[in-house]
Design a protein around this ligand. Structure first.
Ligand SMILES: [Zn+2]
Length: 63
C-alpha cells in the first residue's frame, strides 16, 4: 500500500492570519505540529497533533 503523500507548504499561499489552527481530530488548538521520526516515518515527514497524536499530514522528504 503506497502511502498518501501531500505537499505541505508548496501550494499554500503565504498570507498570514492571526488564527490558531485546530486539530481535525480532537479540535485542540495546535501551536506546533509534532514531526515523527522513527522507523518508516524517518523517510517521510509525518506531522502529528501533540494532543491526540493522530497524523495530520505526511510529506515526502525531498532534498
Ligand atoms: Zn488532535
Amino acid at each position: 500500500m503506497a502511502p498518501e503523500t501531500s505537499k505541505i507548504g508548496d501550494e499554500m499561499k503565504t498570507e498570514r492570519k492571526d488564527i490558531q489552527p485546530r486539530c481535525p481530530h480532537c479540535e485542540a488548538r495546535i501551536k506546533e505540529l509534532v514531526v515523527v521520526k522513527n522507523g518508516w516515518f524517518a523517510d517521510h515527514r509525518v506531522y502529528c497533533c501533540p494532543e491526540c497524536e493522530k497524523i495530520i499530514g505526511i510529506s515526502s522528504n525531498f532534498p
